[in-house]
Design a binder for this molecule. Sequence first.
Ligand code: SF4
Ligand code: ZN
Length: 336
Amino acid sequence: MVKCSRCDRSAVYVNKISNIAYCKPHFVEYFEHRVRKTIRKYGMVQPGDHVLVGVSGGKDSMALLHLLLKLRGKIPGLEITAVLVNEGIAGYREKTIPNLVNYAERRAVRYVIASFKDYVGKTLDEIVRDSFERELPYMPCSYCGVFRRYVLNKVAREIGATVIATAHNMDDIIQTYLMNLISNSWDRALSLSPVRSSSEEFIVKRIKPFYEVPEKETTIYALLNNLVQLEFVQCPYVKYNVRFVVRKMLNELEEKYPGSKYGLLRSLLELLKMRGKDKPVTKKYTRCVVCGNPASRAICKACLFKAKLGLLKPGEERALYEAARTNPEVARLLRV
Ligand code: SF4
Ligand code: ZN
């Protein structure tokens, strides 16, 4: 039996890189200290902030909610609202929703459940079916990611949130980094910073407090705090996502050569530093001509998808075709 490096209790986790073993209380202390340090280092949260925590009911996001709630006593005026986006994936999301609902009701945490059906017009299952029928070239995870961001932005505006916190951990970040390298998408790789903000008033700051912690540790933290059951539920659309191949590959690499994941994160941070993007990214955005959400082009990706799927409301459709008449970029995007 391995003993905790700090006391006589038995260890629940051994960090293979530092070779430090942790018992339950010392692991919780170490993990929370580490995340608080990231939050402070990147100035993620300020007194008086209203933080929207994006929660799926899975281990990472439940761990983030739990940890941020503990910060409430330490940061004056900090408000927290958990927001769960229900994509509408039969047999999947309904299994994780009770984790949030039970937790939030037990602790009187404010929460909102926002569905694709209400905010986009259809469930993800319906969107995927329509997309195959229309022979559109997009994969389920593209719709899922784009519409999830769209719904979170809308809810953030509705509830007056000043910050959106998501539970992306170090593994998520380096998987995306590697995928961006493979597809030669340097712009996207350079946007993988821990904080994204803008001087534009309509942009809600986005933070990733788990940026520097591996998935293994967020999982242990969630399990030790009884935030989720040790039950494996997998999205049925996983097979369409290259991320899961990259994830498996990185886990195998880490198993053989411990420290590889940190190496990749350091490489990303170095790249951000070289490009002056290690500070909060203050990218210039415009507003989508249809929905007013932040967009890097005249029309946001969500509205483009909605247009292709026939999901725009009559007013939105008018705004889009009006824009297409006067803006060649919008006309081109609609044709592609
Ligand atoms: Fe969404 Fe794809 Fe993740 Fe499923 S696997 S929840 S479709 S991003
Ligand atoms: Zn839009």
